[in-house]
Structure formats: structure tokens, C-alpha cells
Design a protein around this ligand. Structure first.
Ligand code: PHE
Length: 456
């Protein structure tokens, strides 16, 4: 390799650890909490199909590009973009891509932490036997009782932010590696168990039909599907870039990216297959919104053999999945502060954490005291709470925009020798990647943006 940089923050021990960490970042609330409820809100089949196409044609090439940029720059996304733009003799304004990512990560974490708090509180609710024999109405009101209580939400949000900052403060190796190594396979196994339960509800085919049979779709739903492809793969804001910067030069990026994207997709589809049969078996609404998994899965846990234990383990694993994603949301900001302000990780993590914690209040209040304070932007969205707005702006605008610029940088700004040298894969694979990155991904993102605001 021509570049001899090494990251000052350390390096992943080996390729497997990198794959686990990237999967840990990708697999999170996005797969288990968000994917089912937005699929439910947007009508199922076609939405899932568009999402899968976005993963394959936009997500995977951009993931390769983003890891590649990170590994070549070996610094926080902000400094990586500055270094790479300079190295390629290009406009220093590319550094703004790094900054947008830091802001997006901060905004996402502010609400992500609140939802992770729901998962945490559900560990105790399930463990305490609250759901034994529960009805659909009962599960609904237990959920409503939680989210209408700002104090409780605040307590859980605070605990989750502290947990996240503790790991981030400890750094790449000791903090992040340990947590992901054995939890991911465990989560996978448990989801399969719940899918098996869903098969016994008698509504499994209805669930599958909802997930996979095509129907009508709107421009807005297409944007949400694409935004979710970015969100679920942790793309477009530097999380995967910063993880790439801790990857040693000798490992192949292409293969790792495909493994991560596949694992992430399988987890989301399993979550869908677990949840929708339960939704239909209990006459619930697939479009129930952000509470969907909290209103459906407890019914399963309340009725299956050993459900209390399964439920406790499930919500614990969900918490861990959220945890390993949360640390990657904030890592770009922390790495930047360490690089440019000369502070240590603990100090950086504390300040970023405090700020994020504070911003999280907006999301907490969106479910209770600010519930009716909504805003509308003509042609874009209507009657959105603070939380809805944050979610929409980050997932459907900032991440795709970040991804678009990453694709443009990797496909058009960097010299071909640089990208070929960094990816060193088979010529056919390299050519496919380059074609997708130069043409398909950028055009697709722009077309979807225009379609969502009804301009085409
Ligand atoms: N991919 C994570 C999830 O699906 C969320 C995330 C988004 C993490 C962006 C990092 C960056 O839950």
C-alpha cells in the first residue's frame, strides 16, 4: 500500500472482529424495532422489495466505499475527508461531509437512546410477569403507560446514555470488541425461536404474505425504504467509515461488506416474520407505529411456554444490539475530539454524551407533553412530532445525502488507481462496484429524492 498511515485510536485485532463490530453497528433497533413498524405503516410487500433492492444496489456499494474511505484516511470522518481530499488534490470543502455525519450521528443517538430505554424497561416488565396471559388491549395499555410517563423515559434514557459513554470512553479494543463477539449469534438464535413460535399462531402465512406480496407504493414510501437501507446498514454518517479506519490494510473490504449487509438483512426479515403473524393473530394494526414490537411481542411472551425467560432474554439482547449500534453513532464525534482537541476519550465521550442526553429530552416529550405540538412542511411531511421530524430528517434526508456524497467522492473524485489499490479485488467485482458507485447509487438517490417531493 502506498499509504502508511495508522490510526492513533488502535486497530481491530483481526478481520472477524471488524465484521462483528460492523455487524454490531448495523444490527440494532433499526432491524427489530424500526423495520417492522415502517413496513407495517407502508403496506408491506412492495416496501420490503424496494428496501431489499436499495440494500443490494445502493447500500452494499456505498458500504464498500465508506469503509474504503475510512481505511485510507485512518482518522475520524472529518479528518479523513480532509486528508483524502488533499491527497487527491481536491476541494477541501469535502470536510463538510464529515461534519454532516457527526451531526447526523448525534441527532440519531438522541432518539435512539430513548427507544433503547423502552427495551430496557421491557426487560423488567417481562421479568416481573406483567405479560403473563396478556391480551392485545392489555399490551397496548402497558405500552401507553410507559411512554406517557416522561420521568420513567428519562430515567431509562439516562441509564442507556451512561452505558454507551462508558464503552465509548474505554476505546475501540477493550470496549467495543468484547461486547459484540458473543452477543450477536445469541440474538440470532433467539429470533429464530420467536419465528418458530409465530409459526404456531396459525397466521404465519398471513404474515409472510404481508411481508412479501407486492402491492401499490407511494413516492414517500420509496424514500422511507431507501432511507431505511442507509439507516439499517449504518451508512452515510461516518459510523462505518470510522470503523473502517480501524481496519488493517491487509483485509478485503468487499467480502466483509457483503457479509455485514447479508447478516443485517436476515435479522430484519426474521424480525418481520416473528412480528406480523402475531399482529394478525391478535387483530392488531400493522401500521400501529413505533410501539409495534412492544405491543406485539409481549403477547407472544405472555402465552408461550417459558415465555417470561424468553422475553427477558429477548429484550436483553435487543438492548445489546442497540448498545453496539449506539457506540458507533457517537464514535466519529469522539474520535474527532480526541484528534483535534487533544482531550482523552473519557472526557470527549462525557461531553458528547451530555449533549446527546439533553437533545434526547425532545424525543421523550414527543410521546407525552409535546405530543400535540406537531409541525408540517408542505410536500414533505405533515403533523410530525419532534421525534418524527428528527427521525425523518436523519434517516430519509441526511443519511442518503451523506451516502450520495460518499459515492460521488469514491466514484468520481478519487483517482481510479487509489480505489483499485485500496479494494484490490477481482477485476469484475471492482468494475461492478465502480459502476454501481458512479452511476446507479447516485442516480437512484437523486431520483428517489425527487419522487418523494412529487417533482417527477
Ligand atoms: N444501523 C443501526 C440500526 O439499524 C442504526 C445506526 C444508524 C447506527 C447509523 C449507526 C449509524 O439500528
Amino acid at each position: 500500500m502506498a499509504e502508511q498511515r495508522v490510526s492513533i485510536h488502535g486497530q481491530w485485532t483481526n478481520r472477524t472482529v471488524f465484521i462483528l463490530a460492523a455487524t454490531g453497528s448495523a444490527v440494532g433497533l433499526g432491524n427489530i424495532w424500526k423495520f417492522p413498524y415502517i413496513t407495517g405503516e407502508n403496506g408491506g410487500g412492495t416496501f420490503v422489495l424496494v428496501y431489499l433492492m436499495c440494500i443490494a444496489l445502493i447500500g452494499i456499494p456505498i458500504m464498500i466505499a465508506e469503509i474504503m474511505l475510512g481505511r485510507r484516511g485512518k482518522q475520524s470522518p472529518i479528518n479523513t475527508m480532509a486528508t483524502l481530499a488533499k491527497g487527491e488534490g481536491r476541494n477541501p470543502a469535502w470536510v463538510w461531509l464529515g461534519w454532516m455525519g457527526v451531526v447526523a450521528g448525534f441527532l440519531i443517538l438522541s432518539y435512539y437512546s430513548v427507544i433503547a430505554g423502552w427495551a430496557m424497561s421491557y426487560i423488567f416488565r417481562t421479568g416481573g410477569g406483567m405479560f403473563l396471559g396478556v391480551t392485545a388491549d392489555g399490551a397496548n395499555s402497558i405500552f401507553a403507560e410507559l411512554v406517557t410517563d416522561p420521568e420513567r423515559l428519562l430515567a431509562w434514557h439516562t441509564i442507556f446514555m451512561v452505558m454507551t459513554m462508558l464503552v465509548v470512553g474505554r476505546g475501540v479494543k477493550q470496549g467495543l470488541e468484547k461486547a459484540v463477539t458473543f452477543l450477536m449469534p445469541f440474538l440470532f438464535g433467539l429470533l429464530i425461536l420467536i419465528v418458530i413460535y409465530a409459526m404456531t399462531t396459525g397466521y404465519f402465512t398471513e404474515g409472510l404474505e404481508f411481508l412479501f406480496s407486492p402491492g401499490a407504493i407511494t413516492g414517500k414510501a420509496i424514500l422511507i425504504a431507501m432511507g431505511h437501507a442507509f439507516f439499517t446498514l449504518s451508512l452515510g454518517m461516518g459510523a462505518i467509515m470510522v470503523y473502517g479506519s480501524y481496519l488493517s490494510d491487509e483485509y478485503s473490504i468487499v467480502q466483509a461488506s457483503i457479509i455485514v449487509a447479508l447478516a443485517d438483512t436476515v435479522v430484519a426479515l426474521l424480525a418481520g416474520m416473528a412480528i406480523f403473524p402475531i399482529v394478525f393473530a391478535n387483530d392488531l394494526q400493522p401500521g400501529a407505529g413505533p410501539g409495534l414490537i412492544f405491543q406485539t411481542l409481549p403477547i407472544a411472551f405472555g402465552h408461550m411456554q417459558g415465555g417470561t425467560l424468553v422475553g427477558v432474554v429477548f429484550f436483553t439482547l435487543l438492548l445489546f444490539a442497540a448498545w453496539t449500534s449506539a457506540i458507533s453513532l457517537i464514535e466519529p464525534a469522539v474520535a474527532y475530539l480526541v484528534e483535534n482537541r487533544g482531550v482523552n476519550r473519557i472526557y470527549a465521550a462525557t461531553w458528547v454524551g451530555l449533549l446527546t442526553w439533553f437533545a434526547g429530552l425532545g424525543t421523550i416529550f414527543s410521546f407525552n407533553i409535546w405530543k400535540d405540538n406537531t409541525i408540517s412542511i408542505p410536500f414533505v411531511f405533515e403533523n410530525f412530532t419532534f421525534f418524527d421530524t428528527l427521525d425523518y430528517l436523519t434517516a430519509n434526508v441526511m443519511l442518503p445525502l451523506g451516502g450520495l456524497f460518499i459515492a460521488l467522492f469514491a466514484g468520481w473524485i478519487m483517482r481510479q488507481e487509489s480505489t483499485r489499490e485500496e479494494l484490490y479485488t477481482y477485476p469484475a467485482i471492482y468494475k461492478t462496484w465502480r459502476f454501481l458507485t458512479r452511476y446507479i447509487a447516485p442516480v437512484a438517490v437523486i431520483v428517489v429524492f425527487l419522487k418523494a417531493v412529487s417533482l417527477i
